[in-house]
Design a protein around this ligand. Structure first.
Ligand code: AMP
Length: 402
């Protein structure tokens, strides 16, 4: 596994100077008509900002917001409302900088007072940000001495502020903020030498989307639990009747590969032994309980059944490390959400380390209000998935110790 990353405690600030820190945050919050509808990401950024302020740092904070065209200012995508809220939460002044790639910006940084921080206007107003442009990165980095990345959800993107800006700083002056460090602790460190039994639960729609993560966990887990639509491709491979469940006929070879890899390491694969089915993929379809692994013609599996939920729950509760990625059924439909809820509850009951990968499983654990009962709920969708797959993320690679 790759080297550990630099964290805030690895940075050495000289006490007699105010160090200037370029701080990449994820302040990409939903804004409608100037009003922020969910400020979770702003609140989540506060611990790192406060830690830096405690060290008397001058902060140049920045983020992207939405998907502007990349050809200059667009009011709809302005970070101005975020700056206002940040100022309220920190009880200081936020200077929103528009012309931060111009020479005059250096004076704004130089003149910054202890009760002020700078927030750069949306990085994506410049097309060079998403192009990963090195020249743009140099202009961003020019006025700072340190680089801190606390934008976990963007770490899988090779944007200028994520990899090219940190490359302008010596490694000992780059670090992950608290959010990124925590995600790394649970999505990477937790699997360096995990104490058995390790259980990985996978669900969601497609085997093909999850093949890399399935492969990776045949090398780590002791138990693999498969639910969701994905389970039907596995059951079909085993020769079961799957009715009109969603099956990827052309991915049976991938399932075979997973079974073979699992067999080599003696990893147990658990599939649903009963199902909640419906005649159609619709919220109003009548739920039909099918008490066997085989599904009759005309029905599709939309959730795992009660027996499966009990079996899966026992395995989860007796594990030392559990990672969960993907719902057990169509949890968005009330009648087909019980299996996903049961898995979420089993995680909540487990006394080991319980990790919920981002995206739909994170949405599910929040829906069932169990997010405080698990060890870690990842905030990144794509980024957490790629990390769990064992991929190197551009935003993380530049923070690794040598
Ligand atoms: P993913 O993004 O791959 O994790 O897939 C999540 C989606 O899979 C959710 O929107 C679920 O509704 C869907 N899903 C889960 N189980 C099933 C199923 N048995 N049949 C169809 N879709 C499912």
């Amino acid at each position: 596994m790759a080297n550990k990353i630099q964290t805030l405690n690895d940075l050495s600030f000289s006490s007699d100077q105010q160090p200037v820190v370029f701080l990449r945050l994820d302040l990409n919050v939903p804004i409608k008509k100037g009003a922020i509808s969910d400020e979770t990401r702003i609140v989540a950024a506060l611990p790192t900002i406060k830690w830096l302020l405690d060290k008397k740092a001058k902060i140049i904070a920045c983020s992207h917001l939405g998907r502007p065209k990349g050809v200059g200012y667009e009011e709809e995508f302005s970070l101005a409302p975020v700056g206002v809220r940040l100022a309220e939460l920190l009880n200081l002044e936020v200077v929103l900088a528009q012309d931060y790639v111009e020479d005059g910006f250096g004076k704004i940084v130089y003149d910054l007072k202890p009760n002020q921080i700078i927030l750069l206007e949306n990085l994506r107003f410049h097309k060079e940000e998403q192009a990963g442009n090195a020249n743009f990165a140099q202009k961003l980095a020019k006025n700072a001495e340190f680089y801190v990345n606390d934008a976990f959800g963007t770490c899988h993107r090779a944007d200028a502020s994520m990899f090219a800006v940190p490359e302008c700083f010596p490694l000992e002056k780059r670090a992950a903020g608290f959010l990124v460090a925590k995600e790394m602790q649970f999505l990477e460190e937790a699997f360096r030498a995990p104490k058995a039994p390790v259980t990985a639960i996978f669900g969601g729609s497609k085997v093909s989307d999850k093949i890399d993560i399935l492969r990776k966990f045949t090398n780590i887990a002791n138990n693999m639990i498969i639910g969701g639509a994905m389970a039907y491709t596995f059951l079909k491979y085993l020769g079961k009747n799957v009715g009109k469940s969603r099956v990827e006929e052309d991915k049976l070879n991938l399932v075979e590969e997973i079974f073979k890899a699992a067999e080599k390491r003696n990893v147990k694969i658990y599939l649903p032994e009963d199902h909640i089915c419906g005649a159609d993929f619709s919220e109003n379809t009548i739920p039909v309980v099918v008490q066997s692994a085989d599904i009759p013609e005309g029905l599709m599996g939309l959730d795992i059944g009660e027996k499966s939920a009990v079996t899966f729950g026992k395995i989860i509760e007796s594990s030392n490390v559990v990672v969960w990625n993907g719902p057990m059924g169509v949890f968005e439909f009330e009648s087909f959400s019980k299996g996903t809820k049961a898995v979420a509850q089993a995680l909540a009951q487990c006394s080991g380390t319980t990790i919920v990968g981002g995206g739909d499983s994170a949405a599910a654990i929040v829906k069932f209000n169990l997010q405080d009962k698990v060890t870690h709920v990842s905030t990144g969708g794509g980024a957490s998935m790629e990390l769990l797959e064992g991929k190197e993320l551009p935003g993380i690679k530049v923070l690794r110790k040598k």
